[in-house]
Design a protein around this ligand. Structure first.
Ligand SMILES: NC(=O)c1ccc[n+]([C@@H]2O[C@H](COP(=O)([O-])OP(=O)(O)OC[C@H]3O[C@@H](n4cnc5c(N)ncnc54)[C@H](O)[C@@H]3O)[C@@H](O)[C@H]2O)c1
Length: 285
């Protein structure tokens, strides 16, 4: 069996956000190499907007804008074999973009999926990049479910606005919502009745377009070098760890979305070289 057949992407329609840098770019490039018809979603007015490999179509959208998501849902092709939601942003060190982080990192996923899941084919897959930042999502399920169950986009925004303390964790709460979403939705009729698989990966620290934003956001003064030192001390030096490459996240994500993982759904896969296992085992002990 050749690799194309093993993955099963040849001639299949796939949609991928965050496809113009970092993990999403690594995944999109591999999907293209595996013969998929790639619909690449580019952030409107984003930092990166060119690709050096063939895609079927580029669609432009800002995941923080409801209007853009409405247009995007219309523009998405039918018969999507795999949808990859890879975009995301960091929290600024002054917390000034807390609401935007929720809109881009979670509400946009929820809203787009509600509007376009019917375009994903039976036995297709939805594959999300969450984060090790979403660790301990289990302790926040009730708040996350309130957002997940919000009936309309505006209801969710109202919920955020009336729960400033909960969303103060910014990136963390948005990623906890993504983890909770996977567990809450995997057996909902819209997924299970059509055998659509739903999984997420939780990456550890990876060198991408977001690295500098994370570094600046972590430093009290917004200094990238200072933030990097804090991140490395907390998350890498503590276990002799190292930064990952975008391919170390993008490639496994492509595998998870493929028929190789045809019997896996509802899983949150930590790609962090065991870091979260140490946290988890420490708690169990
Ligand atoms: N880099 C890390 O250490 C790390 C760790 C854990 C999780 N993650 C997550 O990995 C995912 C991929 O990020 P990355 O690290 O590859 O960074 P990246 O900046 O290289 O990629 C993020 C992509 O999201 C897109 N994007 C941002 N805001 C958008 C918006 N409003 N609308 C549409 N697209 C938008 C950007 O254009 C970019 O292509 C994100 O969800 C991020 O939260 C990153």
């Amino acid at each position: 069996m050749d690799l194309q057949h093993l993955f099963g992407y040849g001639g299949k329609t796939v949609v991928i956000s965050g496809a113009f840098s970092g993990m999403g770019l690594a995944a999109a490039r591999l999907l293209s190499q595996l013969g998929a018809d790639v619909y690449a979603i580019c952030r409107r007015n984003g930092r990166h907007n060119t690709l050096d490999f063939p895609v079927k179509k580029i669609l432009y959208a800002d995941f923080g804008s409801k209007e853009d998501l409405d247009l995007l849902a219309e523009a998405l092709p039918d018969n999507i074999y795999a949808m990859f939601l890879c975009h995301g942003i960091a929290l600024k060190n002054d917390g000034s973009n807390t609401l935007e982080v929720q809109r881009v990192n979670f509400l946009g996923h929820k809203y787009l999926l509600e509007k376009s899941l019917h375009k994903v084919c039976d036995r297709g897959s939805v594959n999300i990049i969450s984060s090790t930042g979403g660790y301990d999502w289990q302790s926040h399920v009730s708040e996350c479910m309130e957002v997940i169950n919000a009936e309309t986009y505006e209801d969710a925004i109202r919920w955020y606005e009336t729960h400033p303390d909960t969303i103060a964790s910014g990136y963390v709460f948005s990623k906890q919502c993504l983890c909770t979403y996977v567990k809450a939705k995997v057996h909902e009729p819209e997924y299970i009745d059509r055998k659509i698989r739903l999984n997420a990966i939780n990456p550890g620290n990876t060198i991408t377009g977001l690295t500098d934003d994370f570094n600046r956001g972590t430093s009290p003064t917004g200094n990238a070098e200072e933030g990097k030192a804090v991140i490395e001390a907390l998350f890498l030096d503590s276990w002799n760890g190292h930064w990952a490459t975008p391919e170390e996240m993008g490639y496994p994500l492509v595998a998870i979305g493929s028929q190789i993982f045809s019997y896996m759904s509802g899983q949150i896969i930590y790609l962090d070289y065991g870091m979260s296992s140490v946290w988890e085992f420490g708690e169990l002990e």
